[in-house]
Design a protein around this ligand. Structure first.
Ligand SMILES: Nc1nc(=O)c2c([nH]1)NC[C@@H]1CN(c3ccc(C(=O)N[C@@H](CCC(=O)O)C(=O)O)cc3)C=[N+]21
Length: 285
């Protein structure tokens, strides 16, 4: 069996076309969604992600700005910038690119984002709302993963799903979303003792660790759906996932590549959430 390749670029393209139509409809009411991204420092990967987000936003008719701050910025300076954006009525959505430099507390910054503009869904209020089932911004990568799964021809109800990695950004929230779809979720991490057994018994594997070749063919049940959230720079300078794509695709039912899998959907969901922020601000459901 050769796996169906879940083409994130293609799925993202269709999704963004629908967002563009909605943005155009809003423009007729003089409503223009705007995404502001705070980037602190000069990390190459972060700069490239932030630029892709800006480009993608502009391509569907949104306004986007990057607030680029010096690597040596103090926490107070970042908080001041954030406060300015919180109070700027033209700004629909704010995203603070992580990781931040050591002198700036990530927790403090994420707490300071106005929850109604927190398109990443990283503010504790919004994390709480996710778990109580209230309306909120769902973190972009988990939302992207769920969108890709819609294209995998799998009914998650009662299925065994293994999520590898317990981060607040991916592993934990995606576990919650999968549980809401009636999947039986096992959240695996570095201290798990029965990883092999769980993986071999899983109908879906979501790997969000950041370790190249973590998921190999021998760990995958034939026909399983494999979602690769890894994005680690390889020695050849190319982006690598967690999954040994070449071998796993011979046995999986469906698989996402890296690049061109989850990444493009993450960016799409930033746009999705920015649109939602602007709609909710205007009382549009
Ligand atoms: N506040 C915040 N929100 C984030 O959403 C956030 C963040 N900080 N920090 C870093 C991670 C990482 N991330 C990615 C987004 C897109 C791709 C992506 O589009 N990747 C392309 C390839 C890009 C390339 O080749 O350079 C792909 O997989 O096809 C990857 C990774 C968002 N993050």
């Amino acid at each position: 069996m050769v796996a169906k390749i879940l083409d994130g670029k293609e799925i993202a393209k269709d999704y963004r076309a629908k967002l563009k139509e909605e943005v155009e409809r809003l423009k007729k009411q003089n409503i223009v969604p705007k995404l502001s991204v705070i980037l602190v420092g000069n990390d190459g990967a972060s700069q490239s992600y932030v630029n892709s987000k800006k480009k993608a936003a502009e391509k569907i008719g949104m306004i986007s700005e990057i607030v680029h701050m010096d690597e040596s910025s103090t926490e107070e300076e970042v908080l001041n910038e954030l406060e300015r954006l919180n109070h700027d009525d033209s700004v629909s959505g704010i995203l603070v690119q992580v990781p931040l430099p050591d002198q700036v507390s990530e927790a403090k910054i994420l707490e300071a984002i106005d929850p109604s503009k927190d398109v990443d869904g990283f503010n504790p209020i919004n994390i709480g709302r996710l778990y109580t089932g209230e309306r909120t911004f769902i973190p972009c990568t988990p939302l992207g993963i769920m969108e890709i799964l819609k294209h995998a021809d799998i009914d998650l109800k009662g299925k065994n799903v293994a999520v590898i990695g317990r981060s607040h950004i991916v592993g934990q929230p995606v576990s919650k979303l999968l549980t809401d779809q009636d999947a039986t979720v096992t959240l695996l991490h570095s201290k798990s003792q029965n990883t092999e057994e769980v993986l071999k018994n899983s109908d879906v594997i979501v790997s969000a660790v950041g370790r190249i070749h973590l998921v190999t063919k021998d760990l995958v049940k034939p026909g399983a759906v494999v979602i690769d959230v890894g994005n680690t720079p390889g020695e050849d300078g190319k982006l690598k996932g967690d999954v040994d794509f070449q071998s796993v695709k011979e046995i999986a039912g469906a698989i996402t590549p890296v690049p061109g899998g989850v990444g493009p959907l993450t960016i799409t969901m930033v746009l999705n959430n920015t649109l939602l922020a602007e709609k909710w601000k205007n009382g549009i459901e």
